[in-house]
Design a protein around this ligand. Structure first.
Ligand code: ADP
Ligand code: ASP
Ligand code: MG
Length: 406
């Protein structure tokens, strides 16, 4: 597949800009593409490990703090990588312009750490391109109307890239990363995972929403909305990777197309809590107000009281516990289950094939894997299990659904 427009957004992830050598290699690649006729707009993440380091620093000061200062801190890694990349390009004789979100005008709402892009100054961006310059844009960050720095959530540079591609009406967006394609499972977890050459937006959205970190969920959502095809490919190879495209451009729909996991999962169990839906409404309202995204919820009761369990992302654990403690008395036990993982089988073909859930649970039973929470939809089934069981369970499910590479 070729894009018609020569203007192409190219996003380089953390590993791709993880050292000076790699930044130099990215500069070479961008210039080679330019010589071949492309007009690149580059987006870069922070050097690998850097954002984690910044998050740890913030947590060392106050693990409960979320707000403008947190976003200002964790957004700073991208400032370093785009400046280095710009220097590397200038050294090669190109005119490169490193741009932070406020300089370019990447506007967001004011939901710190999970901000959504509301506008991009596409005229300004295209201005650089038309002058033969290379804009090098900091991923992951935005700016509010009140001039505060925001971030888009971990992995959010993909979303910056797709938002820019949509803003300049590019037909495609290239995401360069440390794997050559989207696979049927995380290849680090399942060595027999196979590459998927073409995926529909719907399938990729499902995988991303279930925690596959290869693409940020919002990036796929935006790509689907604005019909921007995503080409995910390796920074270290020149061949094509995976194209994420509208459903109609795709041929096959296997029953299960991938086994996806999210190791950033924690579970909170509360017992006993006040009877009835009133308490649940209050609890989840209070969590939502604090920006905590609740994933799976289970509820049951017996004569001793009501029991509720739910999962959240590990970065939201402290906020969730704070909210819960404010809402329940000391008679309620709060069990925090950390080091959990959500493991899912995903496939749009599942809707018309009975028996997938049965096979899913039989595999976990054979592997003697305890299940803490379960949820299903038309096109996925997910279970929260202990991280210690993740590798074996993922491999076994991958084999069961015929996904193993020969
Ligand atoms: P980047 O820093 O380039 O954004 P990420 O670490 O965010 O890279 O995403 C790439 C990683 O996603 C891979 O190294 C891989 O371990 C992981 N991953 C998870 N699920 C998949 C999948 N289904 N296919 C490919 N990679 C996956
Ligand atoms: N640097 C940010 C992170 O580590 C954004 C990204 O890599 O996409 O989450
Ligand atoms: Mg990423």
């Amino acid at each position: 597949m070729k894009t018609q427009s020569q203007v192409l957004v190219k996003k380089f992830g953390g590993t791709s800009v993880g050292s000076i050598e790699r930044i130099e290699a990215v500069a070479d690649r961008v210039l080679a593409d330019m010589k071949a006729g492309q007009k690149p707009i580059v987006v870069a993440s922070a050097m690998s490990g850097e954002t984690n380091r910044l998050v740890r620093l913030a947590n060392d000061v106050d693990p409960f703090y979320r707000g403008p200062a947190y976003d200002m801190l964790v957004a700073s890694g991208e400032q370093v990588s785009i400046a280095l990349l710009a220097i590397a390009l200038e050294k090669r004789g190109a005119k490169a312009v490193p741009l932070l979100a406020y300089q370019l005008g990447i506007q967001t709402d004011a939901i710190f750490s999970k901000a959504r892009i509301t506008a991009v100054n596409s005229e300004k961006l295209l201005g650089y391109v038309h002058r033969g310059e290379i804009p090098i844009v900091a991923g992951f960050q935005g700016v509010t109307e009140g001039d505060q720095i925001t971030t888009l959530g971990r992995g959010g540079s993909d979303t910056t890239a797709v938002a820019l591609a949509a803003a300049v009406q590019s037909e495609a967006c290239e995401i360069y990363t440390d794997v050559p394609a989207v696979y049927s499972a995380d290849p680090r977890l399942v060595p027999k995972a196979r590459e998927i050459p073409v995926l529909s937006f719907e399938e990729m959205m499902e995988m991303a929403s279930l925690g596959s970190k290869v693409l940020h969920f919002r990036s796929v959502e935006l790509a689907a909305k604005y019909r921007v095809k995503i080409h995910l490919r390796s920074t270290f190879e020149t061949r094509d990777g995976t194209w994420v495209v509208p459903e109609g451009d795709k041929m096959e729909t296997p029953v299960v197309s991938s086994i996806t996991h999210d190791a950033a999962t924690v579970v909170l169990k509360l017992f006993p809590v006040p009877f009835g839906p009133g308490f649940l409404a209050e609890l989840f309202e209070a969590l939502a107000e604090k920006g905590v995204v609740v994933d799976i919820i289970t509820q049951s009761h017996n004569e001793d009281g009501q029991r509720v369990a739910f999962s959240v992302r590990d970065e939201d654990l402290n906020s969730a516990v704070t909210v819960v403690k404010q809402m329940v008395g000391n008679k309620t036990s709060i069990v925090q289950m950390e080091k959990m993982a959500k493991l899912s089988a995903v496939g749009v073909g599942m809707a018309n094939h009975p028996g997938v859930a049965a096979r899913f649970f039989r595999v976990l039973e054979k592997q003697k894997v305890p299940i803490h929470l379960v949820t299903t939809s038309d096109i996925k089934i997910s279970a929260v299990i202990d991280q210690t069981n993740l590798g074996e369970a993922a491999k076994a499910l991958h084999a069961e659904f015929g996904l193993d590479r020969e």
